[in-house]
Design a protein around this ligand. Sequence first.
Ligand SMILES: Nc1ncnc2c1ncn2[C@@H]1O[C@H](COP(=O)(O)OP(=O)(O)O)[C@@H](O)[C@H]1O
Ligand SMILES: [Mg+2]
Length: 401
Amino acid sequence: MGHRYTKVTPITDDGVYDKHLSISHQPGTNRAVQHLHPCDETPVRAERGGGDRRGVCGGEELEEKGGGGEERGDRELKEASRVQEKRKRGKWWRRLISILTPAKKPLPESPSCQQCNEGEQMKVAWARKSSDDYIFSHYTIGDKLGKGGFGVVYEGKRLEDGLKVAVKYVTKGQDTECISIPDHPNPLPKEIALTILANKGPSDPHIIKLLDWQDHEDHYVLILECPSPCENLEEFLYHRGGTLDENTTRHIMEQAIHAADLCCQRGVFHRDVKLENLLINKETSEVKLIDFGCADILKKSSYKTYDGTDAYAPPEYKLKGKYYGKPATVFSLGMVMFALLCGHFPTHYDIFQLKYKRYTYIQPSRSKDCCGLLRELLNPHYSERISLSQILSHNWFKVYI
Ligand SMILES: Nc1ncnc2c1ncn2[C@@H]1O[C@H](COP(=O)(O)OP(=O)(O)O)[C@@H](O)[C@H]1O
Ligand SMILES: [Mg+2]
């Protein structure tokens, strides 16, 4: 499988929303922007101890209030003792809570130095675990569900009602972009912003829901719905022996295509539709599109840098260095469908055979309609590729069992 690039093209001229660089915060202020409510509400600044602006780690620094000399010294002294008092009360209160509530499962231990990045993330999480406004204090953290380019995803439980959730912790890098979206006063990391936008409108079962989130200076956290029991399509395929039959593939593809199309209708270009980013519920076979970490605002003009997974990159990007959102989405859906049916990604030679309708070369047992759709999805010429909105009208989907 390919890897993910980290560079993102800034949204320019025809992007719908303002472009912002990563939020640049002043040292000594609480940088958390949190959201503990339905995901399309306005986030509020996370505040500790009744709204004091304090240092990020442990609330050690005092509020800076201007003024000078003795008066200021006095004020600081009073403030210091007030903070001390509050901290003592906090500790007492926390001790009581820790006695009364069942022990939370601790965050996983920092792994070996081969996984320093992940270890660092968890150390930060651990250090802030005791803070009541930190998002982790509302959830217990369980086993690791997965790990991608930047994020680590853990199974979790919402303390309030025991709901099973997925907790995604993402370390911010230099390339982490923030954008502004309607109804949110502060720019948000793109992944959060685009997950919110993809969920705007009537709830859709095929797009993962964002239940909660929090943004910090060096990382952000997403609390996502967690279908159960589920696995991603790569795992599902592996457990099914490496290939799927046409009916199973059709059922999965219908849902994946619907999700990708709906994202585009909502102005979101997912850009990383792939096996690992599609979850399937093993009992109901319901499929959900996850991971908006490579997503961008859908625009009409071309994209000139690719932020996604190499193996799924459209040929027009490899040949000409540019591509369009919807045709690229169609190509990635073709890669998913081919992988599900054949157990590997198509080679150039496979795509060549499809082009000339030598279908038996691809898979002798697959129907003509099935290979015909693969041919349309994987057309190397993006302008001749089937359009995203037409895919579900293809003959292959007109099957009545
Ligand atoms: N909401 C979720 N429910 C269950 N498993 C999930 C969920 N989100 C992610 N995962 C698992 O974690 C893996 C990595 O998550 P993903 O969001 O794709 O992270 P990355 O951005 O690092 O690729 C997925 O392939 C999937 O197996
Ligand atoms: Mg992923």
